[in-house]
Design a protein around this ligand. Structure first.
Ligand code: SAH
Length: 222
């Protein structure tokens, strides 16, 4: 992947990206380090070329296999919450998808562990992220309901698909002081984004806002 490809032109240029950052700021995202990273992340490289011209709109877009790339606002909101509530040494992401959220996490966390249940997406995301030079990411093709036991506990967990209720196994992989951002709900139209915090033996849950994610599905798809 060459530099022009990454920096973009026209609808994928720096100017278009600045408009996205301004919009996120207007929507209440305040962390300047994060806003800068979002402005520098080539979102157009995570989606099909035919959709490049829409890459910097603040919307979810299809990535194939019935899945979507998350809306930049929601990626920003979840990442900002994690950054502002504690340490970002080891972060687990459930639902790699195209790897856009993974890319942002890779720039604010020391190491990112990401799990995807659809093999084609898992392979493609690894290729894209390696292609733009991100090397602090570990990839797993597996059912994310199980977390990633081998590397637990995690300082942060971001779940990018919605289970009907908070999976106990993920909570058990949070370090003391660890936080998880997770959309919860059994219908696609109305889910609650929840911040789960482990404080010693105590688990605290805080409602953040209403969201819309694809469902978290059990098992893997080859
Ligand atoms: N993080 C992505 C969002 C991808 S959409 C982004 O930045 O845009 C959610 C992803 O979660 C899909 O790729 C879907 O296949 C995956 N997913 C759903 N259930 C899963 C499970 N049990 N384990 C791992 N990944 C899962």
């Amino acid at each position: 992947m060459n530099a022009t490809h990454i920096s973009g032109t026209g609808m994928t240029s720096a100017r278009t990206r600045t408009r996205l950052v301004e919009r996120l700021r207007a929507e209440g995202i305040k962390n300047e380090e994060l806003l800068k990273i979002i402005g520098l992340t080539p979102r157009h490289l995570f989606i099909d070329e035919g959709l490049s011209h829409r890459a910097y709109e603040d919307t979810a877009l299809p990535i194939g296999m019935g899945q979507t790339i998350s809306q930049p606002y929601i990626v920003a909101r979840m990442t900002e919450m994690l950054m502002e509530t504690g340490s970002m040494n080891k972060v687990l992401e459930i639902g790699t998808g195209c790897g856009y959220q993974t890319s942002i996490l890779g720039k604010v966390a020391k190491t990112v562990f990401t799990v995807e249940r659809i093999r084609a997406l898992h392979m493609q995301a690894r290729k894209t992220l390696t292609g733009i030079g991100q090397h602090n990411i570990q990839y797993l093709f597996a059912d994310g309901f199980n977390g990633w036991h081998q590397y637990a506990p995690f300082d942060g967990i971001i779940v990018t698909a919605a289970p009907p209720s908070i999976p106990e196994r993920l909570v058990s992989q949070l370090a003391d002081g660890g936080r998880m951002m997770i959309p919860v709900g059994s219908t696609e139209s109305s889910q609650d984004l929840i911040l789960v915090q482990r404080k010693g033996a105590k688990i605290e849950e805080t409602f953040i806002e209403k969201v819309k994610f694809v469902p978290l599905v059990s098992g893997v798809a080859r």
